[in-house]
Write a protein that binds this ligand. Structure first.
Ligand code: ADP
Ligand code: MG
Length: 589
């Protein structure tokens, strides 16, 4: 072919590339493809093998896969380092992917002609199958060489560092997917036989790339499924805490990514981090939000702890985008399920608690009832005895003691009966704010004495409720007294009312000692107190509970040791039908 071409003569006694090497090369290429290597390693091995088994000084492989395009160059000279870059490619008219570098040089134009098969078969510097080659890139290659004067002016000078150049395309399924560029620093380094055998190599390369595409896709799919299967297994298990589950899930992520050796993952849930081994915030990074019941609760992230040149083309595969979304969805579902379980357990706990209080209430009320009558006799007869004329002074003093003790006992019994809801509420239509104002009036002196600042935030135009004003005043008094006692060194007491749908709420909040979980679990039990005998009887909150229950309301308590406590009493608005007079359990506590 083209023996007449003056720029093709061999020069400098360099050995032309030998065809037998190309057979070896094909073997190496096919071997690389079946190894399932990551893209960069695959391209590196192929171009290294081409460099080793040919007399070229540099080999460049351009490859496009989906929307991503890669260029890898291996060079013999150490100062021309091997590099991996994202090439700019664009789509040809026929849908073929072609390179379109920013520099619209003759060299790049020639690459495009090869990729798109845009050439005149009579041009001497093209082979029959459409590869370009020249033995002197510094010389202008001209179409006139074969096409006569009518094609005058159609000439190119590909130029560059390399004197000899061959550009061969390779195809998968009849579409150009890449180019193989063989380069030599010497003029006339190639023979037409050598170029023909490069075309053979390119054919093998096409087969190899097709194989590699398939293997690569399969491998990624297998990793993805392994990861999702692993997560499903973890979430199925009922043993272990939720934190342990998240920790195990996060450890499953890095192996599913393309470069597991530098991949690390983190799951952030409600501000808490669960990291895979060696995680640190880094770029490139990929993430997906954890959305539970429409609310963003956290994020799943995967990072590469090292930046690599090939990441310029996008570090993550499209499949990995989908995978991380799937993982985030899976985690969301686990959180949702856990939350539902937790809520069920809490509700059950509340019911047990309310049940227990109701039982204790009945028992206490029964005992109180039994004691109430004899106590009435004791008090009555003692008071009668006191009126006896001629009673010795000492005896009168003793009887007075009996009266005082009986009165105290009667108070206790009355409270127990309120707790057991044995004292009927005398309900009227009332304004909660009015009850609060009146009760606070009597409490203010006590608060001031204790150095407590009182803040009142009473919502105007609160709907009326149906209740016993005296009992509701008792609720506020008991809560306020507790709050003041919880702030021995002074603090702020906030009394708030507000409308809340079918309920009105009374909130009593303090900045006092707070309670731990253990105390919190017992506060509604009669006689439970953490105070001195002179300060508390442990009946304040049971009374509150009894009254609120009798009003069809509920109590919510939040407390933090060292920070304070907040009681919220919710009472049904009059006429809403929420009141359940016969509700044995009363409101939840
Ligand atoms: P008493 O006040 O007589 O102890 P209560 O039934 O009123 O009985 O309260 C029971 C216990 O609940 C108290 O002893 C205290 O430990 C705890 N408690 C109640 N209210 C508060 C509060 N506002 N701050 C801290 N602890 C509280
Ligand atoms: Mg109290």
């Amino acid at each position: 072919m083209h023996e007449h071409d003056p720029v093709r003569s061999d020069s400098g006694g360099r050995r032309p590339s030998r065809p037998e090497d190309h057979a070896a090369l094909s073997r190496v290429i096919l071997h690389c493809a079946s190894g399932g290597l990551p893209r960069t390693d695959f391209l590196r091995q192929i171009s290294d093998a081409l460099l080793d088994l040919s007399d070229c000084d540099a080999v460049e492989v351009r490859l496009s896969q989906g929307d991503l395009h890669y260029r890898w160059e291996a060079a013999r000279r150490p100062d021309v380092a091997t590099r991996f870059v994202l090439a700019r490619w664009s789509c040809g008219l026929d849908g073929t992917v072609i390179p379109a570098t920013q520099s619209d040089s003759d060299f790049e134009r020639m690459c495009r002609r090869v990729a798109c098969q845009d050439f005149d078969p009579s041009w001497p510097f093209f082979t029959r199958t459409g590869s370009f080659w020249t033995g002197d890139t510094w010389n202008r290659v001209s179409a006139t060489a074969a096409s006569g004067p009518e094609a005058a002016g159609a000439g190119w000078c590909v130029g560059g560092h390399y004197r000899s150049l061959a550009i061969v395309r390779f195809v998968v399924d009849a579409r150009t997917v890449g180019l193989l560029l063989m380069k030599s620093e010497h003029a006339g380094a190639f023979t037409s036989e050598a170029v023909e055998s490069y075309e053979g190599v390119a054919q093998t390369l096409g087969l190899a790339v097709a194989d590699w595409f398939a293997q690569h896709a399969l491998r990624e799919r297998v990793k993805e499924l392994t990861c999702l299967y692993g997560i499903a297994q973890v979430t199925e298990e009922t043993s272990g805490t939720f934190d342990e589950q998240l920790q195990r899930i996060v450890a499953l992520l890095p192996p599913a990514w393309q470069y597991p050796e530098i991949a690390a993952a983190r799951i952030v849930l409600d501000g808490r981090n669960f990291d895979s081994h060696g995680f640190r915030p880094a770029d490139p990074r990929q993430s997906a939000e954890i959305v539970v019941n429409g609310r963003v609760r956290g994020v799943v992230e995967v990072v590469y702890r090292e930046d690599r040149p090939e990441f310029a083309a996008g570090a993550f595969l499209p499949e990995e985008e989908k995978l991380i979304d799937a993982v985030a969805r899976e985690v969301s579902l686990v959180v949702e399920r856990r939350q539902a379980q937790q809520e069920r357990a809490n509700l059950q706990q509340q019911l047990i608690h309310a049940d227990r209080l109701a039982t204790i209430g009945q028992l206490a009320a029964g005992v109180a009832h039994e004691l109430n009558e004899p106590l009435g006799s004791i008090l009555g007869f003692a008071q009668l005895a006191l009126k006896c004329p001629g009673l010795p002074k000492a005896a009168a003093k003793d009887i007075e003691r009996v009266v005082t003790a009986s009165l105290y006992a009667r108070e206790v019994i009355k409270k127990l009966m309120v707790f057991g809801r044995q004292v009927p509420a005398r309900k009227v239509q009332l304004k909660l704010n009015q009850v609060v104002e009146e009760s606070l009036y009597f409490l203010e002196a006590r608060c001031a004495k204790a150095g407590t600042r009182v803040v009142r935030e009473l919502a105007p135009e609160l709907p009326e409720i149906h209740g016993d004003p005296a009992q509701l005043a008792q609720v506020l008094v008991n809560l306020v007294v507790n709050a003041v006692q919880a702030m021995p060194d002074g603090g702020t007491l906030t009394v708030r009312t507000r409308a809340n749908g079918a309920h009105v709420a009374l909130v009593v909040e303090d900045t006092g000692t707070g309670m731990d979980e253990e105390v919190l679990g017992k506060i509604f039990l009669p006689f439970f107190t953490t105070k001195d005998v002179t300060e508390g009887t442990g009946l304040g909150l049971p009374v509150v509970h009894g009254i609120v229950s009798a009003h069809g309301g509920s109590i919510d308590v939040q407390s933090r040791p060292g920070q304070g406590t907040r009681f919220e009493i919710r009472l049904p608005v009059a006429g809403t039908g929420v009141v359940q007079e016969t509700d044995e359990h009363g409101g939840g506590v």
